[in-house]
Design a protein. Structure first.
Length: 264
């Protein structure tokens, strides 16, 4: 569906069900240079099990208008504006990678609006390799290749998809090739520059689950230790055999973790 935030058109997939702001709401937030399509499986499940769903295209991504926002804090503020625009008082947030930082920041600074968070492929800090950042700044296609090679477990690079016939890195590259100019650098730089993770983590009041692939080399699970120690009562859901892109490497286990994280 389309709606307006800050005078710009925003797109959100609703799991092929009409959006109902009176139902418990789950908001899905994608990572760098991606869009709502990474969440097809979980968004459809939640939409069919008593929840309303907003699987968002962030500003300047996918079908949403505007320029991409350059800081995690600005994106978290935008999420609250999305809730206002859609008549949602309180929502659960599921964020992947960059989306996990957005979810964390929103939960820490707007505790009365967020009822639960699931942080997938997360860490703090979330530094970006200098060579990757330089390639992204130059809009070198190598940046997309690096994101998708390092973004998957080794087994996923040569097959290994739970859905036979699908090749995860190729899918990721094709998705990122559709992004607007400058988006990949904008997003990676926002992650690299974000400094308030532990400050907001200490302010989180809602249930929090970190969903981490045990073979993730982009945001290694050891780098999420500070968040687990700082977010009050945070839980860990470890996904065996998955790299950074849990939603397509291990979709079943990832969905199970989300269901448990957001159970009412």
């Amino acid at each position: 569906m389309y709606f307006t935030v800050n005078d710009q058109r925003v797109f959100a997939a609703t799991g092929d069900r009409p959006f109902d702001s009176d139902l418990p709401c789950v908001v899905f937030l994608h990572g760098a240079e991606m869009d709502h399509s990474i969440w097809v499986m979980p968004s459809r499940w939640f939409a069919r099990h008593g929840y309303s769903v907003l699987s968002l295209d962030l500003p300047g991504h996918g079908r949403s208008e505007g320029d991409p926002l350059s800081t995690i804090e600005a994106l978290a503020d935008w999420i609250i504006a999305v809730l206002d625009a859609t008549g949602v008082n309180e929502a659960a947030l599921a964020g992947h990678s960059m989306g996990s930082l957005i979810s964390l920041d929103a939960a820490g600074r707007y505790p009365d609006r967020i009822r639960a968070i699931a942080l997938l492929g997360t860490s703090f800090p979330m530094p970006v390799n200098e060579h990757l950042l330089a390639a992204a700044a130059e809009e070198d296609h190598a940046s997309l290749e690096m994101l998708n090679i390092f973004g998957h477990a080794r087994s996923a690079l040569t097959g290994g998809n739970e859905l036979i016939g699908m090749w995860n890195p190729g899918l990721g590259i094709r998705l990122m090739e559709q992004a607007k100019s400058g988006v990949v650098f904008n997003d990676l730089n926002a992650c690299n520059e974000y400094q308030k993770g532990l400050e907001v983590a200490a302010q989180v009041k809602c249930p929090a689950t970190l969903i981490l692939g045990n073979q993730d080399v982009m945001t290694p699970p050891r780098n999420a230790k500070s968040l687990l120690e700082t977010i009050p009562n945070a839980k860990l859901a470890a996904i065996e055999g998955s790299g950074h892109n849990l939603f397509n490497e291990k979709p079943g286990a990832t969905l199970d973790a989300l269901i448990e994280a957001f159970a009412i």
